[in-house]
Design a binder for this molecule. Structure first.
Ligand code: KIV
Length: 277
């Protein structure tokens, strides 16, 4: 096998994720929105990089995920795919389809999913919703575009819920979520994100499906876990929900570095002769 073929063989695929579930191997997923971060995540061995529409919040500063456009998502996606390709090219790259890019009709959803796939050769798209988008999921997967589902707290529906609290705590909503997961699997989804639901329900969904579940605030029984990169790096000071593990405090680290730089420039300590030509 030549080196190019070997390179390709290690790339994480939907098949590989299925094998991981079957083998009891946990799947690691993180978001990324730019080239540099994508390179670091891929080098560090993350299985899946999600170009989340959380870019609307953490990159652009909007209060919800609704404003981000398909062209903005494609801009982020291109940078991330380039980063992965320039590194080990192992991580699978999944792109969120933004609000109103797939809800109007199956035809428009297919056109937009195709546009996302064609413009930068990512691996898959992610859509929020259950039974109501099952036809759309089937239509997209039927033409060969892998779809990741997203149930539980769906940030694109925040105005319907009115809050970011834990979803599916009551019997009816929990039963609907179980049914939605089953329907998404039947429609061809290769994995489902479960956001902010009780651990026991996430465990029940996970054991009832063949495809992997990826949890965020959904307990330890999911087949994998996803978090927003800015959150685990501690870049955001204000946001610290219980499901986020903050591994470092980059906000303070960066602030201190910038303060030192400002000081060095003001005090004429930068640049030195060694740092000049
Ligand atoms: O947009 C996003 O980052 C997401 C994850 C939090 C699952 O959908």
């Amino acid at each position: 096998m030549n080196s190019r073929a070997q390179h390709k063989a290690s790339h994480v695929t939907t098949r590989r994720l299925l094998d991981m579930k079957q083998g009891g191997e946990k799947i690691s997923v993180l978001t990324a929105y730019d080239y540099t971060m994508a390179r670091i995540l891929d080098r560090a061995g993350v299985d899946v990089i999600l170009v989340g529409d959380s870019a609307s919040n953490v990159f652009s500063g909007h209060s919800t995920t609704l404003p981000i456009t398909i062209d903005e998502m494609i801009y982020h996606a291109k940078a991330v795919v380039r980063g992965v390709k320039d590194e080990t090219n192992r991580a699978m790259v999944v792109i969120d389809m933004p609000f109103m890019s797939y809800q109007l009709s199956g035809e428009e959803a297919l056109r937009n999913a195709g546009k996302i796939m064609k413009e930068h050769e990512c691996d898959a798209v992610k859509l929020e919703g259950g039974s109501i988008i099952a036809e759309t999921v089937k239509r997209i997967t039927d033409v060969g575009i892998p779809v990741m589902g997203h149930l539980g707290l769906m940030p694109q529906s925040i105005y319907k819920y009115g809050s970011y609290k834990v979803r599916a705590q009551e019997g009816m909503e929990a039963a609907q979520l179980l049914e939605d997961a089953r329907v998404l699997e039947e429609a061809g989804a290769f994995a489902i994100v479960l956001e902010k639901i009780p651990s026991a329900l996430a465990a029940e969904v996970t054991s009832s499906l063949t495809i992997p579940t990826i949890g965020i605030g959904a307990g330890a029984e999911c087949d994998g876990q996803v978090l927003v990169i800015n959150d685990i790096l501690g870049l955001n000071r204000e946001f610290h929900p219980r499901f986020v593990r903050r591994y470092t405090d980059l906000n303070t680290v960066i602030e201190n570095v910038v303060r030192q730089y400002v000081h060095d420039v003001r005090e004429k300590e930068f640049p030195t002769a060694d740092e000049s030509y």
